[in-house]
Ligand binder design. Sequence first.
Ligand SMILES: *Cc1c(COP(=O)(O)O)cnc(C)c1O
Length: 431
Amino acid sequence: MSSEISSNGIANNGVIITETSKPLPAGVTLPLYMDNHATTPMDPRVLEAMLPYFSGKFGNAASRNHAFGWEAEKAVETAREQIAKLIGCTPKEIIFTSGATESNNLALKGIAEMYRERGNHIITQATEHKAILDTCKKLEKQGYRVTYLPVQADGLIDIEDLKRAIDDKTILVSIMYANNEIGVIQPIAEIGKLCHEKGILFHTDAVQAVGKIPVDVQKDNIDVLSLSAHKIYGPKGVGALYVRRRNPRVQISEQINGGGHERGMRSGTLNVPGIVGLGKACELSGEEMASESARLIELRDYMKAKFEKALDYVHVNGNMEHHLPGNLNMSFVYVEGESLLMGINDIAVSSGSACTSATLEPSYVLKALGLGDDVAHSSIRFGLGRFNTKAEVDYVSDKVIDVVLKLRELSPLYEMVKEGIDLTKIEWAAH
Ligand SMILES: *Cc1c(COP(=O)(O)O)cnc(C)c1O
């Protein structure tokens, strides 16, 4: 990071903005969490359900010959039912994993290996999570062909592109349900229908969708689906893979050997407390989905309206009609992204920059929408969740507006734009 951080935490390449120390509004404490696509705090009700399984009910769910084992197995089966109910499958179709990264790996590698004789072509898209993209890269090294569909400016894939990409060697299509950065919901049912007509398996990374919007593997024609507990107010380190058992019966080649747990697809002693937590998280999300999503949509739209009223040169990233309730990704053009983030460093949000080891790379998702590096860097993902309040939304939006206004006062680019100078026509001197 190039800027110097002053003692009050705010800097703009040496120019210090003095912060007015107003008292915090009622109900707001700092640091403030608004990054619920990265992870969510556990719901206390989930924790309560899990606690007994760390101590008294510690049995191994695979112990078939005593009460400790039966008790653990029963808890695991209850969780399977809770998950199945949320996504419209049967409990037997749920395979427990260590999280969605593993679920995605298992789905892609397991299907690629199992159906190798039928073909070697996989179709996915540019804005997938790294757990899909990096797995595909690995498969390419092993001789598979992968098509990465582009997305349109609003983040949706074009179904015609998908149709054109399918050939007689295509064995799998993997398209995420909802995007973790821009909140865009893909036309999943339509994609699933197309795949089924062509006899191609359809996997979806539904981590951001499950528990937030209605997901039904039957209506959506999904064959394999990844989900994760810690994105729905459950614990970290546990997830599941739905694997369809009929019409068609999907086979997956196991990637971890030993013991034959989970119908042979994923060996290893089950994480019983984690699985109980995942089940409970699914149950709660299902029960509260309608009211929670209505509340989050209202908060999100309120926040968006506040930005649009107070600031010019702001825009939303991602199609707003097909959109997750709690997601708002906005670009604040003509401010330097790094300074913006430093100005709000008591608020946990995500920026349009991916901090890799040495460099600040613009988000590949935003770039896939056609955003330039600068605009990507000046973008913020607000991830609203179950525990965010109206008071917090007000605090965050007021603070962001304040910082953006101050940074723009210092921005020569913004001044030029206001004076009507066309920035694209300027020839910058090379240094
Ligand atoms: C968080 C996330 C993952 C990874 O899930 P883990 O359980 O953390 O491994 C995969 N895909 C999407 C879309 C995600 O948001």
